[in-house]
Design a protein around this ligand. Sequence first.
Ligand code: HEM
Length: 130
Amino acid sequence: MLFAAHSGLRFLVLVGGLFVILYAAVGFFGKREYSSAMARLVSVFTGLIHLQVLVGFAALFVRPFSTILIGHIFLMIAAAVVAQFTASVVKRRPPEERSYGPHLVGAILAMVFIALGIMAIGRGVLQSTL
Ligand code: HEM
């Protein structure tokens, strides 16, 4: 059950990340004014990653532990840190100085870590073993 939630939640995280990348890319390359929708989208993405990390820790109790999981865990924590860090950096700026660039870079990096983290346990990014 926990493992199924963890496996399924991955798709929401990936979709959330894709939305952040697309929205930030349009804003950044189109030189648009920063919008509150960007901030909301980023909150959803970081929230989903944090939830996934929590469910992942819980899954450790119901799945057999193997050392290949260590890479998975470190890469996913790196993804959460990068996503949270870039979100916080932008949030701390005064509204007129907020920009799409950090969200774009942060979401791309987080998604790379997530893809590598899934592959670290021998699965394809969209592959499920359920
Ligand atoms: C963004 C964060 C994370 C994502 C997207 C993610 C994604 C995944 C995916 C796709 C699988 C394989 C599911 C399947 O085969 O159907 C998996 C397995 C697993 N993950 Fe994560 N994970 C994340 C973070 C974590 C963290 C932080 C932990 C633990 C602290 C963790 C623990 C596990 C465990 C125990 C398994 C089961 C491995 C097995 O028994 O085959 N995950 N994860």
